[in-house]
Design a protein around this ligand. Sequence first.
Ligand SMILES: Nc1ncnc2c1ncn2[C@@H]1O[C@H](COP(=O)(O)OP(=O)(O)O)[C@@H](O)[C@H]1O
Ligand SMILES: [Mg+2]
Length: 217
Amino acid sequence: MQLQVDDLGVSYDNVSVFDHVNFSVQDDDWLTITGESGSGKSTLLRVIAGLLDADRGIVKLEGKPQWDYDISEYRQEVSYAVQSAQLFGQTVRDNLNLPFDVRNQKPDEQRQLTLLRAMELPEDFIDKNVHELSGGQRQRVGVARNLLFPPKVLLLDEISTGLDEDTKHTIWSLIQSMQTKYHFAVLSVTHDGDEIKHANQLMRLENGKAEVYEYAN
Ligand SMILES: Nc1ncnc2c1ncn2[C@@H]1O[C@H](COP(=O)(O)OP(=O)(O)O)[C@@H](O)[C@H]1O
Ligand SMILES: [Mg+2]
């Protein structure tokens, strides 16, 4: 697997956010993206996620341009998680059924319960109303939803901001152990020093440019 970003440039209302961004990641890579607030970190992930069009450049997954994919198929391979997971419907189960629904598959409850346990949530949580969850519980359900079908690329936008240390640890440990097992690439925006230690590449976004460094972890 390779995700390649070539000469990417994005602007809003003719104001450039960044330009000439180039990098690629392979299986097992973990790229951590840093930069001041407003430097374009979320914009970059949104373009890679297929949620926002770039002005210039191209994103390729396994050599194929993003725009040549069926978008639903692309999003099954490139999974995107944000700071406050958007849960929908009534229950945790509704959310954990979604990855099966988009693939026209019958939900596999054992797999859902395994993910909940890995997130240190009890099994009966599956029928819990999403409006009764704490912030940390919501985020664990959200990330579990991203991981039910391991993607080729996992995009994480400040997913641990505002969480307590135990919840952060649970989420990062699970992502890391699933990466070891399934070999996906992780692109992660973070301020969390605990997370940076997983990275083998670091990107710094600054003044509309991106610098990528190898990182010995
Ligand atoms: N939808 C939008 N419309 C106009 N400007 C935006 C939009 N989203 C972000 N921006 C601007 O683009 C720049 C980069 O934003 P963002 O990617 O959210 O940065 P970061 O995630 O690094 O804080 C900021 O100046 C921000 O104000
Ligand atoms: Mg952001």
